[in-house]
Write a protein that binds this ligand. Sequence first.
Ligand SMILES: Nc1ncnc2c1ncn2[C@@H]1O[C@H](COP(=O)(O)OP(=O)(O)OP(=O)(O)O)[C@@H](O)[C@H]1O
Length: 887
Amino acid sequence: MSKESSTVRFPARNVSKNSQSEPNENEFEASSNQIHFPPPRTPLNSIADPAQLQKELHELDFDSQPKFEAIRSGRYSLSDRKLEAPDRAGNGGLSYGTPRVSGRGGKAHSEPNSAQSTPARNGSRASIGGAICTGSKAPQYNGGRAGSCSRISREISVVNSEVLTQVPHFELAEDSSFWTDHNVQVLIRIRPLSNIERASQGHGGCLKQESAKTLVWHGHPETRFTFDHIACETISQEKLFEVAGLPMVENCLSGYNSCMFAYGQTGSGKTYTMMGRGEQVEEQLKYSCKCSFLEIYNEQITDLLEPSSTNLQLREDLKKGVYVENLTEYNVRDVNDVVKLLLQGASNRKMAATHMNSESSRSHSVFTCIIESRWEKDSMTHFRFARLNLVDLAGSERQKSSGAEGDRLKEAANINKSLSTLGLVIMSLVDLAHGKHRHVPYRDSRLTFLLQDSLGGNSKTTIIANVSPSICSANETLSTLKFAQRAKLIQNNAKVNEDASGDITALQQQIQQLKGQLSFLMKHHNISWSSSSGVPSIEEPRFNELPEEYNDSLEDKMPTENLKLPSVRNKKMKCMDTILVGALRREKMADNAVQKLVAEIEDMNRLVCQSEEDAGQTKMMLKFREEKIKRLELLTDGMLSAEKYLMEENKALLEEIQLLQARFESNPELTRYAVENCRLLEQLKLYQKFYEHGERETLLAEVSELRNQLLDILQGKLPFSTENENQVGKHFLNSDTIKELEDCRNMNSKLISQAASGSVRDSFSKDTEEFRQSDKYSMVETLSMGSDSGDETASYSQEECCRDMYISSNKDKIEIQSEVKHERRFLKSGDLHKENKCIMEISEDIERKALQAKLDKWLRTWRRSDYSIATFKRISYYSCLTRNRLK
Ligand SMILES: Nc1ncnc2c1ncn2[C@@H]1O[C@H](COP(=O)(O)OP(=O)(O)OP(=O)(O)O)[C@@H](O)[C@H]1O
């Protein structure tokens, strides 16, 4: 275990007081992992005469503890009327249930919804914080102050068998998903009656549990309460931990902030519930974990692990949220470390005896574990972090019931103040949850300010309301139950705290990998980047060096007759080279685009961070204003001297100036403009490149090449040489079809020359207008007009056209029509310049790729299907569109 940032050795523990009385009980010092404890604080004065009370309790405890334990551990069923005589040494055949908190004991717990991807966890998680950590044995640790730790280990132990048989037992529903799915949970825990209570009031109580979810408060008026979970008197620590504690730890490991409060009147079992009976466990934590332990006493924060650090200040930070300045955090390696810290801190808590509890906590304590987990998946580094707050509140009773006087009264007033703020916060949150506008007074007490995330914020929170069934506590029990009922309605907004910054690094790595692969491929295929255009060029087509499967697939697609012809083969190779060059070029462009996007994401992330910072700074400014108002109020009420006011004002203004400076330097607006500027410059460069570096010509050449390729393939499949015509062609085509092919070829060459001269635009405009007006039966004719040749379809009968058009699906028609509509928009828009601009605005590159993909698709369809002139015409027509658009 190491202290954050510096290695701290605790001074040797002052055990003199207790070592005499309980010399062998300090297991801590005997443990291998030695922690030296700080000197404990002087115990607070007791108000009532606790000595007598304690003596009585001790005697009673000793007698009855084993019986109670036996029942808790399940050795005795509730129907057992007779219990074995207890052995005073504590081992007279009594087993303590399962002592170790060793994971989940094979119990299946569902992951929280949003944490499905959390890597498999193992190792110890059960005992984090030691909260409700069960154990068979008391830790037997007794700090410098008598009673502080023995208290942790002690039970009420005032229950005898006779009584227990009368207490109905209700199982605590084990549904871990319930705890993980809900952000705010409330559980009622009823402690058993103490012997003193029993002696004074008999066996009757103010509470009666009717079922696993309902209990009745016997009073005026009799009130029935329903809760999702009620832990009756016979529910063991272990069971409670399994049901409510484990899912909280699970949440925390999954990256959710988690918090567990114990609320209730003094002596109702809050500390017992939170501290359990700590024991050393051996499993290793698999996560990095830091712990701190503080107490809020009289509205002052003290570090329980470094008791000399008193009056610590709360600060707010954008990243950390609310935190305690200078609070020591210890890195812990295993559960033992955690338990040690827990016990060490507990020994320093302010305690005193009151009428209601001989060892009453007079402060609120917060034990915090910050858990971080990191794992790699798909070459991404995931990082999650979460806090687990275990809050043991001071008793919520009224002052007069605790019999407090003097210092205790002042304490009680402060306790009441923070607890009433807690109540107000909860009420405001409930109102908020019902859609009302409310100011939530988090800042009115240190407790609520520190725990604001746990209340209505980013946290999964469990509130355990501890109640005593004693008639003497009837009113307090009722108010605790009402508090619990209200708290049920709070709505938190828990989210997984995950850092995705690793993703960008992973993307960059991926890009690097792809680059490596690309350069390897280029080296092996003699491809070099042309320095001027950034376009790869292939030095020499080498058909024989192509991978075999590539040849095979080609052979599958092409008629074997053609492959035998070297000229055809060379031609094909040339085509393939072109395709490859195009593909590599596009790949490079895509690579550039990815890089740009990555840079843009980084910019945006920066912007988001800055905006968050800005929001935080605005919040801080508001806070300054609020504080200033408070100061002014104090000044006008005469509670603050003018001098002190000025000094505080000066300090606040200095802080404000610093804040404003920081705000000025990291103004998100500036960054936004800078990012926008960069983006526009990039765009400008792109346009310049498009015109000046021949990008446009390259695209045109590529499209034209693709079209030629298509025609070549058509020719290759249906050769025109007399010999082949006789052998193969005859099987497929009649002379009309062959002529049609020739026509199409002519049509294309005409289009190319027209595109060069610009005249195609006029004719195309006419074409599209006619196309729009035509019905599906005349579509082929309209298409053919694009060729500017009246007799091109002469040999293709109207009937055949109709049939072909029927074959082409409605979808095709819709696609073509929308293309034409699109085209018309261009043509209407006026001059060429505007058109080009328009084209670029809708992203030339993407469009071109899409068109090319369509061409490829059609080509594939055509290859697969029967030869269809209509399809071919569509392709030709589409080529025209493409060409025109790119122009
Ligand atoms: N469920 C329980 N089973 C057995 N003993 C219990 C149980 N709950 C509480 N006790 C015993 O009751 C006594 C008072 O409990 P505890 O000190 O936890 O109360 P508390 O609510 O923390 O009081 P305070 O607010 O004064 O600190 C202790 O001796 C404790 O061992």
